[in-house]
Design a protein around this ligand. Sequence first.
Ligand code: ATP
Ligand code: MG
Length: 214
Amino acid sequence: MITIALSKGRIFEETLPLLAAAGITPNEDPESSRKLIIGTNRDDVRLIIVRASDVPTYVQYGAADLGVAGKDVLLEHGGAGLYQPLDLEIAKCRLMVAVQNGFDYEGAVKQGARLRVATKYTQCAREHFAAKGVHVDLIKLYGSMELAPLVGLADAIVDLVSTGGTLKANNLVAVEHIREISSRLVVNQAALKLKHDRIQPIIDTFTATVQARQ
Ligand code: ATP
Ligand code: MG
C-alpha cells in the first residue's frame, strides 16, 4: 500500500491534477466526506487527510510514504527524515512582514526599537529578524494573525500573503518580503527504498507534469 498525506483545501485541489496524471483518482471528496482515509481507483494507493502542518510528521514517521506540504510548513518542521525531490509550484504565496496602516515600521527598525511580532512561523521569523539584526519578542499564534496588530497584541505579524486581500480588509500593509512559498512533494526516505518501484513512477510523473507547465 502507498499512503499519500494531503491537507484539505488548496493543497488537495491543486494536487488532484498531479494525481490524475499518475493515474490516481480519489474515491471521495474530503470537503464533503468526513473520512480521513480516502481510497482511490488504485487498490494499492490511499490518501490520508491531515492538518497542513502535520503532513511532514506523518511522512517523517512513515505513516505516509508521500505527502504534499508548503515550504512554510517544511521550514518550521525542519525537514528531518524527509526527502524533498520536487517543488510542485502549487499553493504559491509569500511569507511577509505586515503592520497596521500608519505604523512606521522602517522608523522603528532604524531606531533599534524592540518589536513585538505575532506569528505562526516563529522559526522563519526568528531567522529573518536575526539576520536583519532587529530585536523581536515573538508571540506564537495558531491562526488569524491579522488580528494581532489591530488589538495591540503585536506591532507586526509574519504571515503568508497571496492577493493581499485579507491584509487590506484588516487595514494592514505588507512592509517586508521574507521569501516565496510553494508546496513540495515530500517522501519518506525508507519508503523510497523499500517501495521504489511504485513510488519513483509517481515522482517521475509529478516531475514531468510540473515541468510541462513551466
Ligand atoms: P488551517 O487553515 O487548517 O489552520 P493552514 O492555514 O496551515 O491550516 P491552509 O490554509 O490550507 O492550511 O494552507 C496550506 C498551505 O497552503 C500553507 O502551508 C501554505 O503553504 C499554502 N498557503 C497558505 N495560505 C495561502 C495563500 N493565501 N495562497 C496560497 N497558498 C497559501
Ligand atoms: Mg489557513
